[in-house]
Design a protein around this ligand. Sequence first.
Ligand code: ADP
Ligand code: MG
Length: 397
Amino acid sequence: MKIHEYQAKQIFARYGIPVPKGEPAFSVAEAEAAAQRLIEATGIPVVVVKAQIHAGGRGKGGGVKVAKGGVAEARALAEKILGMQLITVQTGPAGQKVRRLYIEQGLDIDREIYLALTLDRDRRRIAVMASREGGMDIEQVAHDTPEKIHTLHVDPVIGLAPYQARKLAFALGLGAKEQMRQFTKLLDGLYKCFLAEDCSLVEVNPLVVTKKGDIVALDGKMTFDDNAEIRHPEWANLRDADEEDPVELEAKQVGISYVSLDGDIGCLVNGAGLAMGTMDIILHYGGKPANFLDVGGGATQEQVKKAFQMILRSDKVKGIFVNIFGGIMRCDVVAAGIVAATKELGLSVPLVVRLEGTNVEAGRKILDESGLKIESASSMGDGAQKIVAAVKPGAAA
Ligand code: ADP
Ligand code: MG
């Protein structure tokens, strides 16, 4: 789960990480009032109006603007940015509608640094990555000049060792006494934040050194590890449903794992492993899955129905492949769920079903008697070939 920059900064502040003063705003009037308060508090008539969407690259896309002309200019910028369809390298071509703003004190920036904490799954450790080349596209830096990215791994038993933080500070050119103190304190706070908030990513790009020499987190991106949701009731309030895929959200509410993908073959599968295998075999035969959907082992007929309806309602789906191996899951429950779903929404695309395992005969009987136009498959490979052929006639070899 992702959160907005302003939410990440509010959390940063709780860990003693310096952030600029700022206020979220949901309307132009709120933005104007926030700008007024900030200018009064800082005594400097410079504020930054920042679009709040769950994607980076906002600056280049026109979603971050500095107002040097005080409240009036801030208001004009808020009018322009709020409601705009912001397109960045991370939003995809359709962009994302801006519904929230962050009005922030403008800082005099001397240097922009990149700093991030993430989980390195290969090393099974939290990795701290940093570069002097901050503020810009870090993927580009990693690609063109990987030597400019410094990485350290944290021993989970020892934690972030002071010598590691100092070494990184030197690499970033922050070796002078006061900056070293500020940087190591900040990094320590970020590490504690990463652990306690159950993050999978904390990215500060840029971390800035101001003209006065202070180190401040100017941007904040935070992604939580969804597996830890049970420990964080407060996440419910941080969630912004407008930024999430509506179908994925619905799936979550029903208790099924669903991820939208780019292709056109809808898949209903039980078990994450089988679901991944199904996606692979569809690709193998030249098709493209429209989703990853694992109804799980103990799904009820109602859950299967809801899951199947999600696939049916998607207009990108040109064909459906149901691949069930009934272990704990009973084939008749799946069949009944599918039939119930189509009773309400109809079935206008080809459907291939491969059903094996517990109560398979009962399941097949339900499907046979439903009158639905179903092509049955004798194996996973057979089913994948059939659905690919049905969606793209002539494509399957
Ligand atoms: P994004 O990464 O989505 O483009 P950032 O928050 O990193 O958004 O802002 C983009 C750039 O805008 C920063 O690299 C910085 O140069 C400038 N900027 C952002 N916030 C401020 C601020 N409070 N004061 C001065 N400049 C800022
Ligand atoms: Mg940024």
